[in-house]
Design a protein around this ligand. Structure first.
Ligand SMILES: Cc1ncc(COP(=O)(O)O)c(C=O)c1O
Length: 930
């Protein structure tokens, strides 16, 4: 029942012009925003006396806002036709009292999600109208409380006049013991079905009834704009008879997690057996089995809702179990009975202890040899993330990377690897005995960071190996996607072109930060698994063969002297190419998993060749006491992403875009702070679209999508590099300031920036907190400069210049010392890093030089070479500026001397640089014959 009275509207809201709908990235967020605006405007209208001059203006504003939001509501069950026409009528009658009550009610129900379980949300006018219980969601009618709620889109050729009856009939199928409750949304055309899929994040199932039209019934420009972001001309050209299957494919491409059902007159048996039916969960012969359809819809949700390992752990925790194994904390008795550590028990609660065990029986399964609930949870993960296989890791992606590197590499193999990748890759290579061929990412000197490795450099590395006769030893290409700072590779293009040079290459994509991307309709195209699926389909397509022959003829032979290979787009031979892709992701970094929860996702057509090695690698690196709670959280994180990942990741992106717009466009904040744009983070040569920034006035969203499809690199908008050097703060200083004064934590720092990240945890309130903090700091700087006069301004300018302009050169990888190379002086930067690494275990092979000492400069100028004995990895940025066996250059020393971070792994200031002695190097060279 609607009881609240209309509260006065905040003036400010009504005076800020609403963001145009097309400027929203997420249609769902656009809709919520409109309801919020509408609510504020009608409150102001209601609070204004009718004779006041602003009353007419506010009323007109309300009418416009309502007319904008109304077409979007066709794609949602709530508020539904009844509440929408009640609102429309109240507005038509200029009845401010009723309008404000209905709109405020709808708006707050949408924000709180109360309509999912509370009958009064669906019927706020019950005092004025008879209660129509048959219009309520089924679980509410049945009084079943809080069942998880979702919506089903029905695409139907019938006339809208018949829709209500059809909805009613579907409702009658519902039973009190259904585990989930759903409402039906009907649309009548292909385009409206796609719009529903885009806009309605509550959708979990799509029922397609054959025979509908193509063109949308809503001739609304903003809807057409949303549609054009996602549909290309290909679908428009679809023949009428195949619209249903084209729609099924379009829905699955945009949101692969949705269940799609087809109701058709066609020969369903033949269709069911064809490849064409792959996107369909089930096919029904017309409407002959409505109850079966209802049950199938619920079953589809149950499949995604299921968390086999988590459920079992909960069951285990409730059983009365006596433990005699080596885990005293299990069941919590040692904690709750203690005189001294009971507070730990109170802090964590009993379930944590009841759910602890070292057992692998009783349904708990073993991570090291999963055959039960862990195996099932991993299989569900593979499905959810679009992989062929998935493995859980409980010691972070640091472990996942080492597992993959060891599984695919043997001693002597060459791996083309970004020198800036996470240290786990470098250590993995040492352990596996594989030789790194370091390739360099493009530098972003102004921000003291690296981008990604250009495809040209990767292809050049492959051709260098071809020239050197070592191409057959190149096992893998190992890259970070996206990078810490948000550079997303064109995974499709990189793999496609490299496979043209060596068709059996394995790719390891470290997607530590990027696991969420599978569930965001925009990011997915840049993921490893997304690319594996795209390439598999492409190479299988009969039309590909002709494309390949044409491309191969244009590019010429795969030959080291054929320089066209570097610049021409290359296509692999369909008869030789293998799709071998590994993706590691720190589930804990972007989804709801406990710290260290990580996943290895595999799409490897030749996995049978490495299965044994993979198992060995898994055994090598995995604890025999994995944490059960981490495993359970991986299972639950998967459930969440399959059911609400689309909504959450689209919102995280929308929040990021808002922060970008607000900071860079704010009249005061933008004087001192700036969030880097795609144009600043990706050089034009690697950004063929020429895209400058996200959203208007720089680009439309369609242009952004096209750029993400084509450009060599794109910037993940959720990774926000906030330049604070222009406000006079270095990264570390600013990080502390934000934490201490504003309770804002950031991801990492550079000399003049901090990295902020939006994820599925963030709300618009978080965005507001950040913007407010930046506005406050900017005003303080303004005041300080005003008060301080010329001297203060000079001090400020010089500090800013030092942070922004006086940046150290980034130390590119120099080379391995000749005694660690098979081709001293050659072009390929391949090294026997493992030899150097283990030489340093013998203290007699090492010497130490203080960083500041003149001897360092003397040796740099006149030799003998300074050769690093170990990895030196400053945190941040976290990549090795020296690796074992690497010749140290003046650039590296200059960078280290300027480095203002305290944590440098592998370097102890009191000892100095750890180097291999010239004598040890000479002896090693003689032994190795180099
Ligand atoms: C690119 C990259 N890979 C791997 C890791 C390690 O992941 P985890 O912290 O899950 O061990 C990190 C950590 O920051 C990373 O940035």
């Amino acid at each position: 029942m609607l009881t609240e009275t209309a509260s006065p509207a905040p003036e400010v809201l009504t005076s800020v012009p609403p963001t145009p709908l097309v400027d929203f990235f997420s249609a769902a967020e656009a809709r919520i925003d409109r309801w919020r605006q509408l609510s504020a405007v009608v409150r102001a209208w209601h609070a204004t006396p009718a004779h006041d001059s602003s009353s007419d203006r506010l009323f007109a504003e309300a009418v416009v806002l309502f007319s904008e939001v109304a077409p979007l509501e066709a794609f949602f069950a709530y508020p539904g036709p009844r509440l929408m026409s009640a609102t429309e009528q109240a507005l038509a009658e200029r009845n401010a009292g009723v309008t404000v009550r209905v709109i405020q009610h709808i708006s707050s129900a949408l924000l709180s999600g109360v309509y999912r379980y509370d009958a009064s949300a669906w019927d706020p006018l019950q005092e004025e109208t008879a209660r129509a219980t048959d219009l309520l969601p089924p679980d509410l009618q049945a009084g079943n409380g809080h069942k998880p709620y979702f919506e089903t889109l029905v695409v139907t050729p019938t006339e809208p006049a018949q829709w209500e009856r059809a909805r009613h009939e579907m409702k009658r199928l519902r039973r009190t013991d259904d585990p989930f409750a759903y409402e039906v949304v009907q649309v009548g055309t292909f385009e409206d079905a796609v719009l529903g899929t885009i806009c309605n994040y509550n959708l979990q199932a799509v029922v397609i009834r054959d025979g509908f039209e193509y063109r949308s019934r809503h001739d609304v420009p903003v809807l057409r704009e949303f549609l054009h972001r996602h549909l290309n001309g290909a679908e428009a050209a679809t023949a009428p008879g195949s619209l249903a299957m084209a729609l099924a494919r379009a829905v699955k491409r945009y949101r692969p997690e949705l269940d799609v059902y087809l109701l058709t007159d066609r020969a369903v048996e033949a269709l069911a057996g064809s490849e064409e039916a792959a996107p369909l969960r089930r096919i029904f012969h017309n409407v002959e089995e409505p109850m079966e359809l209802h049950l199938a819809i619920l079953d589809g949700i149950a499949d995604r809702y299921e968390t086999p390992y988590f459920n079992n752990l909960k069951k285990y925790a409730q059983r009365p179990i006596g433990t005699f194994h080596a885990l005293p904390i299990a069941r919590g008795k040692s904690v709750f009975r203690s005189n001294w550590i009971r507070d730990m028990g109170h802090f964590y609660g009993t379930n944590l202890f009841l759910a602890e065990s070292s057992a692998t029986t009783g349904g708990l399964d073993s991570l090291l040899e999963p055959t039960g609930t862990i195996k099932k949870a991993q299989d569900l993960t593979a499905r959810a993330f679009g992989a062929r296989r998935a493995y859980f890791a409980t010691n972070g992606t640091s472990t996942s990377n080492k597992i993959v590197v060891q599984a695919i590499c043997r001693p002597g193999d060459i791996v083309i690897v970004d020198r800036n990748c996470h240290k786990s890759h470098h250590y993995g290579l040492v352990l596996a005995g594989a030789q790194p061929y370091y390739v360099e990412a493009y530098p972003l000197l102004s921000y003291s960071m690296y981008g990604g490795v250009p495809l040209l450099s990767i292809k050049a590395a492959l051709l260098n190996c071809l020239a050197q006769g070592t191409l057959d030893r190149v096992r893998a290409i190992d890259l970070t996607n996206c990078t810490f700072d948000g550079h997303m590779y064109n995974t499709v293009r990189v793999m496609q072109e490299c496979l043209a040079i060596k068709p059996d290459l394995v790719f390891l994509w470290d997607e530590a930060w990027f696991g969420f991307a599978r569930f965001n309709a925009f990011h997915r195209r840049r993921t490893a698994m997304g690319a594996a699926a795209t390439l598999t389909a492409r190479f299988r397509d009969p039309a590909y063969r002709a494309q390949y022959q044409q491309a191969a003829a244009a590019a010429g032979p795969i030959d080291a002297s054929n320089l066209r290979l570097l610049t021409m787009p290359l296509l692999p031979d369909p008869d030789r190419v293998r799709i071998r892709v590994y993706q590691t992701c720190s589930t804990h970094k972007s989804m709801s998993a406990l710290r260290q929860g990580s996943m290895i996702l595999v799409w490897d057509e030749d996995f049978h060749h490495v299965e044994g090695a993979f198992e060995e690698a898994f055994f090598t690196h995995t604890s025999t006491s994995p944490n059960l709670q981490i495993i359970a959280s991986l299972d639950v994180a998967r459930r969440q992403m399959e059911l609400e990942g689309y909504e959450l990741t689209m919102r995280a992106a929308e929040i990021a875009f808002r922060i970008r717009r607000e900071v860079n466009g704010h009249p005061v904040i933008s004087r001192y702070f700036h969030i880097t744009t795609p144009a600043e983070m990706v050089p034009l040569g690697l950004r063929a679209s020429g895209i400058v920034d996200y959203g208007r006035p720089h680009s439309t969203w369609k242009e952004v999508v096209d750029a993400w499809d084509r450009d060599e690199f794109a910037l993940d908008p959720t990774r926000l590099t906030l330049v604070c050097g222009s406000a006079g703060f270095d990264g570390t200083q600013f990080k502390s300031l934000l934490a201490e004064r504003f309770d804002i934590q950031v991801n990492k720092t550079s000399r003049n920036s901090v990295l902020l990240q939006t994820n599925i945890n963030n709300t618009r309130s978080d965005a507001a907190l950040l913007v407010k903090a930046l506005a406050e700091l900017s005003r303080e700087i303004d005041q300080r400069l005003d008060r301080g006069g010329g001297a203060e301004r000079a001090r400020f300018t010089s500090r800013v210049r030092s942070l922004i302009e006086d940046v150290p050169d980034l130390p590119d990888f120099s080379r391995f010392h000749d005694v660690f190379r098979d081709d001293p002086g050659g072009r390929a930067n391949i090294g026997h890093m493992r030899d150097a690494f283990f030489m340093a275990y013998d203290a007699a092979n090492c010497e130490y030089l203080k960083l500041a000492s003149s001897e360092v400069d003397e040796r740099l100028a006149n030799g003998p070479d300074l050769v690093s004995a170990n990895f030196v990895i400053p945190y941040p940025p976290g990549f090795p500026i020296m690796v074992p066996g690497q010749v140290v250059t003046p650039q590296t020393i200059a960078f280290m001397r300027k480095l203002d971070v305290k944590e440098i792994h592998g370097y102890h200031a009191e000892q100095g640089l750890k180097l291999l002695t010239p004598q040890a190097l000479a002896a090693h060279g003689a032994r190795a014959g180099r």
